[in-house]
Design a protein around this ligand. Structure first.
Ligand code: MN
Length: 704
């Protein structure tokens, strides 16, 4: 009960009575929801959310965030739903609680540094609202303060996660006190023995130096007053983890780390900082190389201060920080300082604007500092995220650009996974490959051994890796298909010369490769398929037959078209040939074989341009459907489209596409239909002619 009263008291110093009343309601709501639950320590559960809220009150955080802190575990750990929270406390509070519950569900598992960095970024990206991060940090701090009651193995995991993930986030957001306490507590649980030894040594040193410290404090105050500088001077003991880090980085024994006390001088304005510095340098000699001007060049998290170390009496080094009250507020509250000292009627809707502004100012002040580029990079990802962070089934985190899909994910895992992927599961549910991934998604790729990339993927992949790998694969596949076509073309030509293709042995081929300077048989065949080499020329070279014989070639070689061809054989879009149509093949350099109907107007126009024409014929066993274009002229009457569609369906054809044009008193209906062959098309047209409104039917062979 006492804690509840303390919380209310603290909130009453800066919240409106109406808001304090809402907080009271939230306390009771949370107490009821957690009724019967206990902390590991044996305390009733409600003590935890109240403690979390109390960690946040020095930041003067708003009522919504305090209420969310009080309710932060109710959705995850009790029967209460987000909807109930929204109903009772409003949507913004429910969104904060929802964000916290989501963060709760992800756990840091691997120990690599890069993964830790990704994890931090993911947390920040998921917690769109800065308040979610602040509440999460407070939650973690209270859990760290009460970690002693947890099982040993859990302690270590939580302490490591805190050291690697949460303490750096607190630091980056400029929350100094939180940062140091999180580090200290993590250190205590990760290295209990080292912590105990240092704590004891510190206690002894404290006793010995108490008098020295108060003397120094007195001397500093006196000197500043002498020069009429208004200043608050305080002494503080450094935290154990900073002392430990100093010992480690400089290989010092504890006795050598003398500056376990720091002094802080707060002054009224910017200029006084430098005046005070000069005055104190006159009191004790400064240690060379120890002065740092974080006012001119602030730290990445916005921290500003002058740091100097002086030779104190009895050889004690004295570390001193000098800053204005204003700078001090930012040093203590970091990102939170904006609403901590907000004035008038600022609403929480301004929070994002303010956060943005804070970061903007930070950026500007950082533009000359050396490590600003690194910070810029983090900033972009952290608070204006243009990346998404997703999990592999094994818990690894991958970072992908925003808009990335399952295909991008597959290629970023491995090229083979990308090339063989056929489906993707996001959070255990099958979704289309093109689905955009979101932060925290768990993604699983399903592959099949003989699957191939689909050219359609190029329309939506977001990563350059996926794009280039898909292109590469298609190109290789195309050359394989071209080589197959090339082989058929070459065999036709050999047959026409009266040479049996199977008689062309290694010796023939090796000679051909030497003569042409091409590396492999495959390359030559692909060249033929793509129209870069003429089949007749290659056939003559291969069979070592002179020009004269070739000219006697009488029979027309006929290539059969099976309808299953992919890249190397294509059906012209202008005339859309269907089985049963007389057809002509045209080889275009670099494009393979293009099949037209023999009466295609486009084909006739190209006749003079020196394309190589080939006689081609349909294979007898084609089963796949082909697209064909037809145009109907119909009297513009209601219901005619329905009649036409019915007649097409009746003839068992699919409609792929329809367009309309106005042609005088008539309407033009332009269909693309899927048909099996010429006979099928004739049946469809017969059915359409029976419709009285249909004036004319034309098969279109010059579509553009
Ligand atoms: Mn909690």
């Amino acid at each position: 009960m006492a804690d509840t009263d303390l919380l209310i008291e603290e909130l009453s110093t800066y919240l409106k009575p109406k808001d304090v009343e809402h907080v009271r309601v939230a306390i009771e709501f949370s107490r009821a929801a957690h009724q019967g639950q206990m902390r590991q320590s044996g305390d009733p559960y409600i003590s935890h959310p109240i403690a979390v809220a109390r960690i946040l009150t020095p930041l003067h955080i708003d009522a919504q965030a305090i209420i969310a802190a009080l309710l932060h575990d109710v959705v995850e750990d009790t029967d209460t739903t987000t909807e109930q929270v929204a109903e009772k406390f409003g949507k913004p509070v429910a969104e904060l609680v929802d964000g916290l519950s989501k963060l709760d569900r992800i756990q840091f598992e691997t120990r690599e540094d890069a993964q830790a960095e990704n994890f931090r970024k993911m947390l920040l990206a998921m917690a769109r609202d800065v308040r979610v991060i602040l509440i999460k940090l407070a939650d973690r701090l209270h859990n760290m303060r009460t970690l002693d009651s947890m099982a040993l193995d859990k302690r270590e995991r939580i302490a490591r996660e805190t050291m690697e993930i949460y303490a750096p986030i607190a630091n980056r957001l400029g929350l100094n006190d939180l940062h140091h306490e999180l580090e200290d507590l993590s250190f205590k649980h990760l290295h209990p023995n080292r912590y105990a030894v240092l704590a004891k040594a510190l206690q002894v040193a404290r006793g010995n130096r108490r008098e020295v410290v108060s003397k120094i404090l007195e001397a500093l105050r006196h000197k500043l007053a002498e020069f009429n500088i208004q200043a608050d001077v305080t002494g503080r003991e450094k935290d154990i983890y900073s002392i430990y880090k100093k010992m480690q980085s400089k290989s010092l024994a504890f006795a050598e780390v003398l500056d376990i006390y720091g002094f802080r001088v707060l002054v009224n304005d910017f200029a006084s900082c430098y005046v005070a510095l000069g005055v104190l340098h006159g009191l004790y000699k400064p240690i060379p190389g120890k002065f740092k001007d974080y006012i001119a060049i602030p730290k990445v998290n916005g921290y500003q201060s002058l740091h100097t170390t002086l030779f104190g009496p009895f050889g004690t080094p004295i570390e001193i920080q000098i800053r204005t009250h204003e700078m001090h507020k930012i040093a203590e509250a970091g990102v939170a300082s904006h609403w901590l000292y907000k004035t008038g009627h600022d609403s929480i809707n301004d929070l994002h604007k303010k956060t943005h502004q804070w970061l903007q100012e930070l950026l500007e002040s950082l533009s000359q500092s050396s490590d600003s580029s690194e910070f810029l990079e983090h900033l972009k990802v952290d608070l204006f995220p243009d990346e998404v962070y997703v999990f592999t089934p094994k818990g690894r985190i991958l970072s992908l650009p925003r808009g990335a899909t399952g295909v991008d994910f597959a290629y970023s895992v491995h090229t083979d996974i990308g090339n063989r992927c056929i489906a993707v599961k996001v959070n255990h549910e099958l979704v289309p490959l093109r689905t955009e991934l979101r932060n925290g998604d768990r993604v699983e790729v399903i592959t099949a051994p003989h699957a191939n990339p689909n050219p359609g993927w190029l329309g939506y992949v977001a990563t350059s890796k996926a794009r280039s790998q898909i292109r590469h694969f298609l190109k290789t596949m195309q050359s394989g298909e071209s080589a197959q076509l090339g082989e058929r073309l070459l065999n036709q030509a050999l047959n026409a010369l009266g040479v049996k293709p199977q008689d062309m042995d290694e010796a023939h081929w090796n000679k051909l490769l030497r003569d042409t300077g091409v590396k492999t048989r495959q390359d030559i065949l692909a060249d033929i398929g793509l129209g870069r080499r003429l089949n007749m020329v290659v056939a003559r070279q291969l069979a070592s037959i002179g020009e004269t014989v070739a000219n006697e070639m009488a029979a027309n070689p006929v290539i059969t078209i099976q309808g299953t061809e992919g890249m190397a054989i294509q059906f012209a879009q202008c005339c859309r040939p269907i089985p049963g149509d007389p057809i002509v093949g045209v080889i275009k350099s670099g494009q393979g074989l293009l099949v037209h109907t023999h009466d295609c107007p486009t084909l006739r126009r190209g006749r003079s341009s020196g394309e190589q024409w080939l006689d081609v014929a349909w294979d007898k066993n084609i089963t796949r459907p082909f697209d064909v274009n037809i145009k109907l002229l119909v009297a513009d009457q209601r219901g005619v489209l329905a009649k036409v569609s019915a007649a097409i369906a009746e003839a068992e054809a699919n409609i792929e596409n329809i367009n309309f044009t106005h042609e005088g008193e008539y309407t033009g209906l332009h269909f693309t239909l899927e048909v099996n062959n010429r006979l099928h098309l004739a049946n469809i047209m017969r059915g359409l002619r029976k419709i009285p409104e249909v004036v004319r039917i034309i098969r279109v062979k010059n579509a553009t």
